[in-house]
Design a protein around this ligand. Structure first.
Ligand code: HEC
Length: 96
């Protein structure tokens, strides 16, 4: 019985993991980033392409920017998991 429950729990968290593994493009839509950002035009915030250009060649940018969005330091605080934020920033960086 215990083993069955454990197996179910493991299967459950695995399924939950899959649900959270969204692509960056999906996160950017789902989390409302596009309310303030556009791909190639300045809106409330800078165009994602400009952000990508600004951080081009900065290997730490993805982690730093994900952290910035998460903490809400100098940016609107975004409620999303670390994985979602990393995916979203990865998407932003891929728009250059
Ligand atoms: C309420 C409006 C708003 C929302 C929602 C928003 N942003 Fe922003 N964003 C801004 C503004 C304004 C700036 C420019 C100021 C700054 O650099 O923080 C910005 C800047 C940025 C930057 C550049 C930061 C830097 O240090 O150069 C990135 C990357 C970014 N946003 C990503 C996102 C992502 C990803 C989301 C969704 C998860 C998002 N933003 C949602 C308004 C918003």
């Amino acid at each position: 019985m215990k083993t069955t429950l454990l197996a179910l729990a493991v299967a459950g968290s695995f399924a939950a993991g899959l649900v959270h593994a969204q692509s960056g493009a999906d996160v950017v839509k789902a989390k409302g980033c596009l309310n303030c950002h556009e791909l190639d035009k300045k809106k409330v915030g800078p165009a994602f392409k400009d952000v990508a250009a600004k951080y081009k060649g900065d290997k730490d940018a993805q982690g730093k920017l994900a952290e910035k969005l998460k903490e809400g330091k100098g940016h609107a605080k975004i409620t999303a998991s670390d994985a979602e934020l990393k995916a979203a920033v990865g998407y932003v960086m891929s728009t250059k």
